[in-house]
Write a protein that binds this ligand. Structure first.
Ligand code: NAD
Ligand code: DAU
Length: 374
């Protein structure tokens, strides 16, 4: 027979303490972009009691539609604005009593950084500095609370390019950025690091591999290929198509960032990756096969007939791969989505969300692609 012993006050308080989570007031910069919007949905689902404020300039890559399901929700606020606008950032941090920043806002596309690097330096370097400095002021006024967090979301591209036999990037791999984009992200990573070492401000940097999934703007490889297959347009593969990327489903990235915010060590960096190294040409073949299977009417079938090798991206990094041992062993995160399953979900999303991507194919979008492939 099981005897129910009376619970002591001590046991009760321990239970309450371990289950209790103080609600956070989170500023998400770039929350109308690809990863930012996926992160906002993840956070709202898991922490409905938290206050969430999105600050986004709505550049060509930002889309208010990405957050449509949250419009009008009590704990959610969208602010259109630039992270370089210091008075605006300071006002938001103060009036919303922000204790956590998840910083996604950036110019994110390597090809665009080659065509015009200015915006990359402005947003990625000056913008990150503006956020760090504004957050420092608030954190100091609030007595340097150890609960505060500044999560700087960065990229594996800061490590440069791997040779075929090199081990994957770890947190101790030296920085060697090769494009204006990755150099600007490297600069912002160093600023975030310096704010911890100089001021003790609780910053954390994450360096992640290539993401894919819903709301991915169709300038990046996977959504561009999906949409071009549906439109019967050429599939431009840069160079010889042998470049390797390490793909991670965006939901897995968002879970990793959640874990880092809650249990990561201030001052540390964490690499995040899917352990899915694939050559570009093989990935494009997989997408073609999925489209052949899932899309009822394709203008060109089999879709692989559309593959066209084009001029290579200048300074094109040959291979990226992430060693995610640290976040796995120290924080217990591992990716859950297989590449095959994630690609299928992604293709299905683009097939059933034509209303999302069709308006994005503007004349400006078309003329941009003319410049890249010429
Ligand atoms: P994205 O281009 O889809 O979104 C960027 C968002 O930032 C957009 O909503 C845009 O409007 C906003 N923005 C740009 N400039 C701004 C400014 N000055 N002020 C306010 N908002 C501004 O980018 P993404 O792919 O979602 O990437 C998000 C972050 O993750 C970036 O910092 C990127 O470097 C990093 N990252 C991306 C990947 C990837 O595979 N996409 C991988 C690793 C790291
Ligand atoms: O590694 C993380 C990075 O991944 C992020 O920091 C960047 O923000 C994100 O844009 C992404 O950078 P990449 O340059 O790797 O992604 P992109 O989708 O532009 O290209 C992926 C690979 O595909 C790359 O080797 C170039 C190639 N490519 C790309 C496009 C757009 C093509 O062959 N054809 C294309 O049309």
């Amino acid at each position: 027979m099981l005897v129910q012993l009376p619970i002591t006050n001590y046991q009760l308080s321990i239970t309450i303490m371990t289950n209790y989570r103080k609600p956070r007031k989170v500023l998400v910069t770039g929350g109308a972009g690809f990863i930012g919007s996926n992160f906002v949905y993840h956070w709202c689902k898991h922490y409905p009691g938290d206050r969430l404020v999105v600050l986004d300039a709505l550049t060509y890559a930002g889309n208010r539609q990405n957050l449509a399901e949250l419009e009008g929700k009590a704990n959610f606020r969208f602010v259109k604005g630039d992270i370089c606008d210091r008075p605006l950032v300071q006002q938001l941090l103060q009036e919303e009593e922000i204790d956590t920043i998840a910083h996604f806002a950036a110019e994110s596309h390597v090809d665009r950084s080659i065509l015009g690097p200015d915006a990359f330096i402005q947003t990625n370097v000056v913008g990150t500095f503006t956020l760090l400095e504004s957050f420092r002021q608030r954190w100091e006024i609030e007595g340097k609370s150890t609960d505060y967090r500044f999560l700087h979301v960065s990229t594996d591209e800061v490590y440069g390019s791997l040779k075929p036999d090199d081990p994957p990037f770890s947190e101790t791999t030296p920085y060697a950025p090769n494009s204006p984009y990755s150099a600007s992200k490297a600069g912002s990573d160093h600023l975030a690091r310096a704010y911890y070492h100089t001021y003790g401000m609780p910053t954390i940097v994450t360096n992640c591999s290539n993401n894919y999934g819903p709301y991915h703007y169709p300038e990046k490889l996977i959504p561009l290929m999906c949409i071009n297959i549906l439109l019967g347009k050429p599939l431009p593969v840069y160079g010889d198509g042998q470049n390797i990327r390490d793909w991670l489903y965006v939901e897995d990235h968002c879970r990793a960032l959640d874990v880092v915010i809650h249990t990561g060590e201030p001052g540390e960096t964490y690499n995040i990756g899917g352990n899915n190294e694939v050559k570009n040409i093989d990935l494009v073949y997989q997408l073609c096969a999925l489209m052949d299977e899932l899309a009822p009417e394709l203008p060109v079938r089999p879709a692989k007939k559309l593959i066209t090798f084009v001029k290579d991206r200048p300074g094109h990094d040959r291979r990226y791969a992430i060693d995610a041992t640290k976040i796995k062993t120290e924080l217990g995160w591992t990716p859950q989505q297989t590449l095959e399953g994630g690609l299928r979900r992604t293709v299905e999303w683009y097939l059933s969300n034509r209303d999302w991507w069709q308006p994005l194919l503007s004349p400006e979008y078309q003329s941009y692609y003319g410049q890249v492939y010429s």
